[in-house]
Ligand binder design. Structure first.
Ligand code: COA
Length: 244
């Protein structure tokens, strides 16, 4: 178990568990959480003992209620607060991880919370989850990749609606929009995430990583380039080459 203050990072049986841990502030994402998350993501990326990671939120009420608004108030402007916040490329690091990442979210999943979930590959939501991007209403725009990741997951039409209106959506609607893979009861949330993690970690990890890359990188390519990528990764796998 790690010594972080606002994130709990644990490793158990080849699974990394990342828990956003500021329940008194609905796990709002502050600068300290950014710094700790950056270290945790680096550990997940590099540690051969971690084969899959699960992201969740501490407490009963939220996965994460977005950026810490109290830090906005101490900065000269929300825009400057945002610039300071993104000095480290947490999101680039997040999206560069080739291991499978599972988000198990409950309660408020707002702003950065939704964007963290969107950096994951599989999203499970409990029935009480509520999703939204409140940034435009605050005079800013998402800066954790949300403007790019949300439309790639749910399509342009609904992404624009959610972003421009700030409307929150329920777990049921999130499932209908394919924002989440599955909606489960709150007590089932972690056990189902663990069942998925255990299943995946039993497979050849290079194959898992290549499969993830073929889809995530391929989606940003033409079909022709994507097919080339698939063939290349498949050939590397047959040749037993290590992934990098
Ligand atoms: N930043 C900092 N603190 C936050 C926070 C945030 N984004 N979201 C919630 N908190 C804190 C509240 O200030 C409150 O602290 P307190 O008990 O010391 O007063 C505590 O978390 C509980 O939140 P509260 O607002 O009392 O709960 P609620 O059930 O009435 O409302 C929300 C929940 C999520 C609707 C409301 O907290 C909210 O709108 N939060 C901001 C969401 C947002 O705009 N995020 C930024 C996205 S960029």
């Amino acid at each position: 178990m790690s010594n972080f203050e606002v994130i709990i990072y644990e490793k158990k049986d080849d699974v990394g568990y990342v828990t956003l841990n500021r329940p008194q502030a609905l796990n709002a994402y502050n600068l300290q959480m950014r710094d700790e998350l950056y270290q945790v993501l680096g550990a997940i990326k590099d540690d051969p003992e971690v084969k899959v990671a699960i992201f969740r939120g501490a407490g009963e009420r939220a996965f994460c209620a977005g950026a810490d608004l109290t830090e906005f108030l101490t900065a000269p402007s929300p825009v400057i607060a945002r610039q300071v916040r993104w000095e480290r490329d947490v999101w680039g690091l997040f999206l560069s991880i080739t291991k499978p990442l599972i988000a198990a979210v409950h309660g408020y999943v707002l702003g950065d919370g939704l964007e963290i979930a969107l950096c994951c590959d599989i999203r499970l939501a409990s029935e009480d989850a509520q999703f939204g991007l409140p940034e435009v209403g605050l005079g800013i725009i998402p800066a954790a990749g949300g403007t790019q990741t949300l439309p790639r997951v749910i399509g342009r039409t609904k992404a624009l609606e959610i972003l421009l209106t700030g409307r929150w959506i329920t777990a049921k609607e999130a499932h209908r929009l394919k924002l989440v893979n599955q909606v489960v009861t709150r007590p089932d949330l972690l056990p189902i995430a663990e069942t998925l993690a255990n299943k995946i970690k039993g497979y050849n990890l290079t194959a898992v990583s290549y499969a993830k890359q073929a889809i995530t990188r391929g989606l940003d390519m033409s079909l022709e380039q994507g097919l080339e990528l698939e063939a290349k990764l498949g050939a590397c796998l047959k040749g037993g080459e290590p992934h990098g």
